[in-house]
Design a protein around this ligand. Structure first.
Ligand SMILES: Nc1nc2c(ncn2[C@@H]2O[C@H](COP(=O)(O)OP(=O)(O)O)[C@@H](O)[C@H]2O)c(=O)[nH]1
Ligand SMILES: [Mg+2]
Length: 297
């Protein structure tokens, strides 16, 4: 995971041979490396700006110092976005979670993974199969939910997604379930109908938490599209998927700085267990290596 980010950093740290780096040479190589690792330009420039402020007017810096300052700068960007609230103790029953995101991003898989995560911890869930648009979507969620033994509320393809969710909420309320997890459709951002459909789902189900599911591999364009499109449908937090296949790893930083919502979980594979709560220290360890991570935080 994140191999090219790690090796890019290593290259920066080994610049200047011995153990010190000329600042004049750092700006271009650092920003280029960050961009190549999928950090967006504004954020890359911010990181360099924070770094150069920490360094003041000195002309040279040791690699150890550079590493520490860079860690701090990146941590400053990420830290405010660490989720504090606990999804396991929401204080309301049933707790309604709506999942949004573009097609192929990993929504349906993530809904099933979250259902698995919660039911393994003794919580009773029902999934609403509210992607009634895409052929095969209902079978897909039924199949995944079957694997993790979670109930699905469904209607035939083409049904009103909000009506399915409404049924799921009624059932959960009647039976004292803890969570309703609502999958949704995700056609392209330009599709006004989808936007209206999502607004309607939100209006009718009044979710307690709305999660945007983002594929870490789709890069800058996807973040742009997602922010533009979903600015019309508000959401509270983000789950980033496919980090297992993301060698670049900078998408996390870009998402954090551009979207400014807490990243609460990350997807790390196609299996139902491949989900983990996101932690800034875990990410920093992955990027910078465990050795330094133990000393700070
Ligand atoms: N490697 C990997 N694949 C994932 C992950 N999450 C989802 N996928 C795959 O991405 C594809 C699209 O996922 P799906 O849940 O159908 O996306 P949706 O269209 O947003 O509902 C499927 O083949 C999933 O198995 C992940 O964390 N890692
Ligand atoms: Mg889906």
């Amino acid at each position: 995971m994140f191999e090219s980010f790690k090796s890019g950093l290593k290259k920066i740290f080994s610049k200047g041979g011995a153990d010190s780096i000329k600042l004049s040479e750092l700006e271009e190589s650092l920003i280029t490396m960050l961009i190549e690792s999928d950090v967006d330009l504004d954020t890359a420039e911010d990181i360099y700006g924070m770094l150069s402020q920490k360094l003041g007017s000195r002309g040279k810096i040791s690699t150890d110092e550079l590493r520490d300052h860079l860690r701090e700068a990146m941590q400053d960007i990420l830290a405010p976005l660490q989720e504090k609230s606990d999804i396991l103790n929401p204080g309301k029953k049933p707790y309604i979670i709506l999942f949004l995101g573009v097609n192929g991003g990993g929504k349906t898989t993530t809904v099933a993974k979250i259902a698995h995560y919660l039911s393994e911890r003794g919580k009773k869930c029902i999934i609403s199969a509210s992607d009634t648009f895409r052929a095969g979507a209902i079978e897909q969620i039924e199949n995944l939910a079957g694997q993790v033994r979670v109930e699905v509320m469904k209607q035939p393809q083409g049904a009103d997604p909000a009506a399915v969710a409404f049924d799921a909420i009624n059932r959960a309320t009647a039976r004292g379930y803890d969570y309703v997890l609502i999958d949704s459709a995700g056609r392209m951002q330009t599709n006004r109908n989808l936007l209206e459909e999502m607004k309607k789902i939100k209006r009718i189900t009044k979710p307690d938490l709305t999660i945007l599911v983002l594929d870490s591999l789709t890069g800058q364009d996807a973040i742009n599209q997602a922010t533009t499109f979903f600015s019309e449908v508000s959401y509270d937090s983000v789950i980033v998927t496919k980090l297992d296949t993301d060698a670049r790893g900078g998408a996390i930083i870009s998402i954090a700085s551009r979207i400014k919502k807490p990243i609460i979980f990350i997807g790390t594979g196609q299996k139902m267990d491949d989900l983990m709560p996101f932690s800034v220290s875990w990410y920093m360890e992955k990027i910078f290596g465990t050795e330094k991570a133990r000393n700070s935080t």
